[in-house]
Design a protein around this ligand. Structure first.
Ligand SMILES: [Zn+2]
Length: 288
């Protein structure tokens, strides 16, 4: 993988002097490796497209086959975003716009912004943008949302906003120095610190980026009010019954009646069960 420690150099161009009668074209390598992550436009934070715009045919083809989430995760790690020449041409045509701060172009995403800053240098966008970011956000969120109460729907929208806000905060911290620290302003909602992330390097290592993103998840889910949600919403987030079965409205009532979902009997049970339900929902949301 290419390295670039000098952040003021965005590309290298070599030229050669040749005799006037020499007709063979001189070789030139033009590339970009711009490590400066520019901030997202406020208007896109809170939307799944913030992570990735489904522009590539290969992505759409993959999603149409209704893969499991694990298949999407595996596929995203090996996906080469440069192989689609139509998308590449379109993005390159607006490169200057896509790397500007607060870009509101319809093709902007964290994924396309990365592509336009790393051309021909060997760096690949974090696979998180495609899988946990875009696919999980749009797929899981779309299935979950209509099943939730009004409070649950509000929580989902707020959590999505905070997930992306936290990502922006982490990326910004990585532009100004080594290490990333984040803490909830609410007692008990946690904090994290990653001292080994070097300045400008966060987006460049797939595993480090995924660890960073997952560290931000509980802060976003809890700060959005997960623990205050009704019991029924928590169980739906936990996936009891499974999310596919929610398509059939009867499943939920059947699950309660059959005892697959045990509702609390006493006040004391309610406290324990409520914290179990919050933990269960959090674990479901944090599943890797
Ligand atoms: Zn690069």
């Amino acid at each position: 993988m290419a390295e670039n420690d000098d952040t003021n150099v965005t590309g290298v161009f070599r030229s050669y002097m040749t005799p006037a009668g020499y007709t063979q074209r001189a070789k030139a390598d033009a590339g970009r490796c711009d490590l400066h992550v520019t901030p997202a436009a406020d208007s896109i934070i809170g939307h799944c497209e913030y992570y990735y715009r489904p522009l590539h045919c290969e992505f759409r083809d993959k999603v149409e086959k209704l893969p499991s989430f694990n298949e999407i995760v595996d596929w995203a790690r090996s996906f080469n975003p440069w192989s689609d020449s139509t998308v590449t041409k379109e993005l390159l045509g607006k490169r200057d716009r896509l790397i500007r701060p607060q870009c509101t172009d319809s093709d902007w995403s964290r994924h396309s912004n990365f592509m336009m800053r790393h051309i021909g240098c060997g760096h690949k966008p974090p696979s998180y943008y495609l899988s946990y970011g875009y696919y999980y956000c749009s797929n899981y969120g779309a299935k979950l949302n209509p099943r939730l109460s009004e409070a649950g729907k509000h929580w989902l929208a707020r959590a999505r906003f905070l997930l992306q806000k936290n990502m922006e905060t982490g990326l910004h911290q990585n532009m100004i120095g080594d290490g990333i620290q984040m803490a909830s302003g609410i007692d008990g909602n946690g904090s994290f610190s990653m001292s080994d992330v070097k300045q400008y390097q966060l987006e460049l290592d797939d595993d480090t980026f995924k660890s960073f993103a997952f560290n931000t998840h509980p802060l976003a889910y809890l700060d959005a009010g997960l623990a205050d949600l009704p019991w029924t919403d928590l169980l739906k987030i936990t996936g009891q019954p499974s999310i596919q079965e929610w398509e059939d409205g009867r499943t939920w009532e059947q699950a309660v009646e059959s005892g697959a979902v045990v509702l609390p009997q006493k006040a004391g049970d309610l406290v324990n069960s409520a914290s179990d339900a919050v933990n269960g929902a959090l674990q479901r949301l944090m599943a890797k």
